[in-house]
Design a protein around this ligand. Structure first.
Ligand code: CMC
Length: 393
């Protein structure tokens, strides 16, 4: 095996060249297409950042208007797809529904071969970014047994999203500007993160020339894992559990440090960031501001703050450079917006959609791209003699 370099978990293996996202993990810097995440969060919307990731430039006013218009035009789901929701059990996880629906889009929308997809990539991108949101809201409405809410053409991306989620013919749900803005910023912060597990999955599946819907559906499955996007749900479950056990954080810290236990503190640590995750910094600020007036969410925020403080003083975490990551505070904000816990990872997927597509687009346009095919170090038996079934013991 002499020529195979072992790199478990691909910690040091560059799998492609990319000009989409820059991360300096030591300094805690994140940039999309050269723009600092802090500037994008302050001045841009999720729609604008999606355009930036897909086209490598911030849109002009006219380009942004056109893109918004297209997103609205593509926001409906094929009516026949609604039947598919009826086959899921009522308590199905929305991430499962999401992955299935995105995969099913390969059958409902045409031009799925690589050549047509490359040619129609902008249309497919718009379709995916817009429809994933409608798909998610339908999954939620199905889970609570309510009729679906159709998108409205005079609303912007995040406004439509919140309305499709929470409006019903018998409530008085009204959009709040601060909620729309918070959602937009959180989606911006999830929009891309270079070669993470789900993006690498999208690239790997896509490298076999599988269509974009199928590739992204695979990325959604990867994201669902609790070590990746599923961590935002795991954090809230953990904070709620700590609260039920009388707010005793030390027990959980000790459990996370215990090498005989597989328990980890969800929302801490990162493969690339060896410093405070810059996304977590921004989300923490939003969280503090939003939850200031929301007494109902105070106990969990209080536990989160105490947990962070204790972790940042503890040698185990300090020596391993384990800091809060993007998933630590996001769930508290989602809860304040009204989202149930099982929708958190779905929100991550909606945010990550433009990033996944940008990477797929970059890969299929790269003349040097090849099918992904890692090697291994084989540790099994060299050769065994085959025995007929009667002679086996
Ligand atoms: N709690 C306790 N110990 C931890 C944690 C944690 N959250 N994270 C890492 N460690 C320890 C780990 O046990 C190891 O210790 P030792 O050197 O004694 O063996 C050391 O720190 C290095 O960890 P690793 O597993 O080699 O690191 P990795 O780069 O393979 O894993 C990670 C990164 C994010 C999967 C991991 O930190 C983790 O499991 N965190 C909790 C889950 C989580 O919050 N995931 C979200 C990540 S950010 C968003 C996203 O990517 O979706």
């Amino acid at each position: 095996t002499g020529y195979i370099t072992m790199d478990q978990g691909y910690a040091n293996t560059g799998s492609c060249v990319s000009n989409i996202t820059f991360i300096d993990g030591e300094e805690g810097v994140l940039r999309y297409r050269g723009y600092n995440i802090e500037d994008l969060c302050e001045h841009s919307t999720f729609t604008e950042v999606s355009y930036l990731l897909l086209h490598n430039r911030l849109p002009t006013l006219e380009q942004r208007e056109n893109f918004s218009l297209l997103l609205n035009q593509h926001s409906l789901l094929h009516e026949d797809m609604r039947h598919l929701y009826n086959f899921f059990p009522r308590d199905a996880h929305p991430m499962n529904i999401l992955g299935t629906m995105v995969n099913a889009m390969s059958s409902f929308y045409t031009n799925v071969d690589l050549l047509s997809m490359r040619e129609h990539i902008d249309m497919t991108a718009t379709r995916l970014i817009s429809k994933i949101r409608t798909t998610a809201c339908y999954a939620y409405k199905k889970s609570i047994g309510h009729p679906v809410v159709y998108p409205k053409k005079d609303l912007k991306y995040c406004e439509n999203f919140l309305r499709m989620m929470f409006w019903s013919p018998v409530n008085n749900y009204e959009l709040r500007d601060d909620h729309v803005r918070a959602l937009s910023v959180l989606l911006i912060l999830h929009a891309d993160h270079e070669q993470n597990c789900s993006t690498s999955t999208v690239r790997l599946v896509g490298s076999a020339h599988a269509n974009l819907y199928a590739s992204i559906s695979a990325g959604i499955s990867a994201l669902w894992g609790p070590l990746h996007g599923g961590a935002n749900q795991a954090v809230m479950d953990m904070l709620a559990k700590i609260e039920r056990h009388g707010g005793k954080i030390q027990k959980y810290i000790d459990m996370a440090k215990d090498k005989d236990s597989s328990f980890r503190l969800s929302g801490f640590g990162h493969r690339v960031y060896k410093n405070y995750d810059p996304r977590a910094k921004i989300i923490k600020k939003i969280c503090m501001k939003m939850l200031e007036e929301e007494a109902a969410h105070q106990p969990l925020l209080d536990i989160a703050l105490r947990l962070e403080e204790a972790v940042l003083k503890d040698d185990y975490f300090l020596s391993r450079k384990l800091y809060p990551n993007v998933d630590f505070y996001s769930g508290l904000v989602y809860t304040a917006l009204g989202f149930p816990t099982n929708m958190f990872t779905v929100l991550f997927a909606i945010g990550r959609m433009p990033g996944w597509i940008a990477h797929w687009k970059e890969m299929v346009r790269d003349p040097k791209a090849r099918i992904g095919r890692p090697r291994q170090i084989y540790t099994g038996m060299r050769e065994r003699q085959y025995l007929p079934i009667e002679q086996r013991t």
